[in-house]
Design a protein around this ligand. Structure first.
Ligand code: AMP
Length: 550
């Protein structure tokens, strides 16, 4: 009998022919057919494809001169700035694997990543160099450190975002624009060819252990999912894309950058998400498409300057990465006349694995009220399996979502054990709990047991607990997600103190704040004399989540 997989009846596929063999080819094809077409809008600046080609050629030569060779890693520790895109293309032109790093990461997190992927070069904001990177480099040396400023490539300096930005060039690093000037127009980097299975990028995701794992997204993965976006979202040639999601995240890498290359269209970037700035950027650059976390879309909707025509240029909008409440979709449509479609994927599926087709509205499950996350995209199989036995469950029953298809990553960098646990016979075990209906619509019932989803940012309790345990007064710590009106979920810590020790909630919050990205530190701290545990000594996070305290 055919295993229980979803039907393929609803999308534009199946289309088995992926047009481009690798991610660099996507970019090269855009340069070849549309050299004078805008590639990036960044405030008052526009770079066209020919310029992006020449800038990335020059940076590739600088990277090669800086020691980068085939298969070496180049880390991009950057916000949504043109330099991210230039750095990504330059890494591929230099034969390297790009590593995207969350620019909010602090010393401890950055150290873990650099220690794991050991990059030969890193591109970072000057401010991040001074605040964070310089403190990490003594322990995790990187041969070539290139810094840049978010003030480059634009002259507007919008005070809503750049009030505290200033040029502050470190003496010991190379400046990105200097590197480019030095090599620009000189010559082309040597030709480089990629096989489909070559790794294009490492995108870090926190595993259940809390330690980051570098998902190895191959060139074939990237070429495939870029095409899924274009074809399922029916994006025409030269369509503009709005960069709402962070570029370091898989949504930004594929649904913004790779997609723009594939349609040879302009990508609008605005440094960091600020709803008022984003609304102005939409009015100025008139993008046609975007995908982002639902909280960003809610922020646009609730901004005082938002009007019914604010999103007029956008004809297709998707949300992914976090649960989408049907009520929000309704409110958004009422306000802007735009229906938000839901898509579901993971870093390990190189962005989408299910998408609500362009000409359909996602159904809402009558039993538990969840909006469907779509149907499997072309060439993608989804099964629902028993969490314990990994055997397919009966149609309509819930279980763990497992996915097989051309978007599933090759594994985790340097982590064969975690790879073989997550990917079995080509099936990615997502840890998400879901249901498929008879027509192939997927619904997420629950998510990986303990993950906290704060405005689309994934927080693993264990990682925060590890930091809490380094506080001298903390005896036991457990971290749980609690409902939060704006962020969906927020981080709460429950701690017990060592006998005779004292600490206030504010002190604990400050302690964590200094040691982790802003979205991770606990917003609420509750003290208990003793944390509830199982007989084997495991702290019962679920009980704490249910408790009213804090
Ligand atoms: P990441 O690897 O950061 O993209 O996180 C992937 C996780 O985000 C998935 O395993 C889900 O738990 C969650 N997720 C992704 N898309 C959706 C969605 N449309 N609705 C609810 N949760 C989602």
């Amino acid at each position: 009998m055919r295993p229980w997989t979803a039907l393929y009846a609803r999308g534009p596929g199946p289309d088995l022919s992926v047009q481009h063999p690798d991610a660099l080819a996507l970019f090269r094809a855009a340069v070849a057919r549309a050299p004078t077409q805008a590639a990036i809008h960044y405030f008052d600046a526009t770079l066209d494809y020919a310029e992006l080609d020449s800038l990335s050629d020059a940076l590739a030569l600088a990277l090669i001169e800086g020691g980068v060779g085939r298969g070496d890693r180049v880390a991009l520790y950057l916000q949504n700035v043109p330099q991210f895109v230039i750095g990504l293309v330059a890494s591929w032109k230099a034969g390297a694997i790009a590593v995207s790093i969350n620019p909010m990461n602090r010393e401890r997190e950055l150290g873990l990543l650099l220690g794991d992927c050991k990059p030969t070069a890193i591109l970072a904001h000057e401010s991040a160099y001074h605040d964070v990177l310089a403190k990490v480099l003594p322990e995790h040396p990187v041969q070539t450190v290139i810094t840049t400023s978010e003030l480059d490539f634009q002259t507007r300096g919008d005070p809503r975002l750049f009030a505290s930005s200033a040029h502050h060039r470190p003496v010991t690093t190379l400046d990105l624009l200097d590197c480019i000037d030095r090599y620009r127009g000189e010559k082309k980097p040597p030709e480089v060819a990629y096989a489909p299975d070559d790794v294009a990028m490492l995108v870090y995701t926190s595993g259940t252990t809390g330690l980051p794992k570098g998902a190895m997204n191959t060139h074939a993965n990237v070429a495939f999912t870029a095409q899924v976006y274009r074809d399922w979202m029916a994006l025409p040639e030269h369509a503009g894309v709005l960069g709402i999601a962070p570029l370091f995240h898989i949504t930004g890498l594929i649904g913004h950058i790779a997609l723009s290359f594939l349609v040879a269209g302009p990508l609008t970037l605005a440094y960091r998400f600020e709803p008022g700035v984003m609304l102005d950027a939409i009015a100025e650059h008139r993008p046609k498409f975007t995908i982002g976390a639902i909280t960003a879309l809610i922020a646009l909707m609730n901004h005082p300057s938002a009007t019914a025509s604010s999103l007029q240029s956008i004809d297709t909008i998707y949300s992914g990465g976090a649960p989408v409440a049907p009520a929000v979709v309704e409110q958004f449509e009422k306000k802007f006349g735009l229906y938000i479609r839901n898509a579901y994927g993971l870093t390990e599926t190189t962005s989408p694995s299910t998408v609500t087709p362009r000409d359909k509205r996602g159904p809402v499950d009558p039993d538990f009220g969840a909006l469907s996350v779509g149907v499997p995209t072309f060439n993608t199989e989804i099964r629902i399996v028993d969490v314990e036995t990994a055997q397919p469950v009966k149609p309509g029953e819930s279980g763990e979502i497992v996915i097989r298809g051309p978007q599933v990553v090759a594994g985790y960098w340097n982590k064969p054990k975690e790879t073989s646990e997550a990917i079995r016979d080509g099936w990615l075990h997502t840890g998400d709990i879901g249901v498929l209906d008879a027509e192939g619509w997927l619904y997420l019932v629950d998510r990986k047991k303990d993950m906290i989803n704060a405005a689309g940012y994934k927080v693993w309790p264990r990682e925060v607990e590890d930091v809490l345990y380094t506080h001298p007064a903390v005896r036991e710590a457990a971290v749980v997600g609690v409902p939060d009106e704006y962020r969906g979920e927020s981080v709460k810590a429950v701690v017990s103190l060592k006998p005779g020790a004292s600490a206030t909630a504010d002190e604990i919050v400050e302690f964590c704040k200094a040691r982790m990205a802003a979205y991770k530190y606990p917003r609420v701290v509750e003290f208990l004399p003793e944390l509830p545990k199982t007989v084997t000594g495991k702290i019962l996070r679920r009980e704490l989540r249910a408790s009213k305290g804090g």
